[in-house]
Design a protein around this ligand. Sequence first.
Ligand SMILES: [Zn+2]
Length: 295
Amino acid sequence: MSRYDLLGVEAQLFEQYPALADRHEKAARAGSEHIRGLIERSDATRGGDADAFAEHVASIQRSALASYAASVRGIVSVEDMVRWVRTRDALRLSAYDSLLREVDAPGAASLLDALEAVHDSGDASGGQATLDQALAAVADRCTCGYASTRNLPKRTCYVCAQAVTAVWDAEEQRVLLRLPALREAVDGVLDALVDRLAEIKLDPATEWSVVEHEQRKARHRLTRLNRAARGEIFDEMLTNWRELATAASHDSRPIARSVAKGAKRSGLGTARLSAIALPGNALVESRAKKRAQQR
Ligand SMILES: [Zn+2]
């Protein structure tokens, strides 16, 4: 059992119970607004207490989960509830996920992810910044120490993880500009993955393991492409990219972390893959919406 299984069960329940999906969307929207507000406030009071910030985030998450749980009571059948609880209880939850133990509410794991996923705002690095600049911009909000000390903690905090992801993706695009053939092939693989994930999203019968399978397949394709382009890729082209991949492998988001951990093998394209693989990726969402309209 992995966290993916729980997210998979939830995805099926959202399809099955539109009311559940509706409450989830509302809770995710309200919760992320709170977190954004908190980030803006701590921006205004530069140099605010890092521990207090982390505590604030946790308390926003806790109250969002509690009111979500209250709002979805009675929506799913007893059997589906039991299935969700069993899947959750079979997981070894990290400290980050421990909040899930406090509520019996299908959708809670996805909600927790949504409240974590501030990655779409893209304001941290402006896309083209260096890691130094991106980290300097978030140093006053960093709660893990990485932004100021550059010592990688076991898990980077939100703002550091987002800064790293954004800079890693930008660096990868920069390197690929010098490798047009590889870039085209990588674009092809990742575009096909977005297509496939959008298709899966629209099919309620799909098991979450299919999503994992598609991600693995894309990873293998990237590995082959990078291997074939070995002769054109010089070590020094990858110095920054590798440093960023290492930092990304300390991401607190389990999916992003596991993709980044394989970066050495899967090579160029992995930074973008790690963003596409995150639940709720904007590209996949909009592709799914387009597909749904064309039906
Ligand atoms: Zn940090």
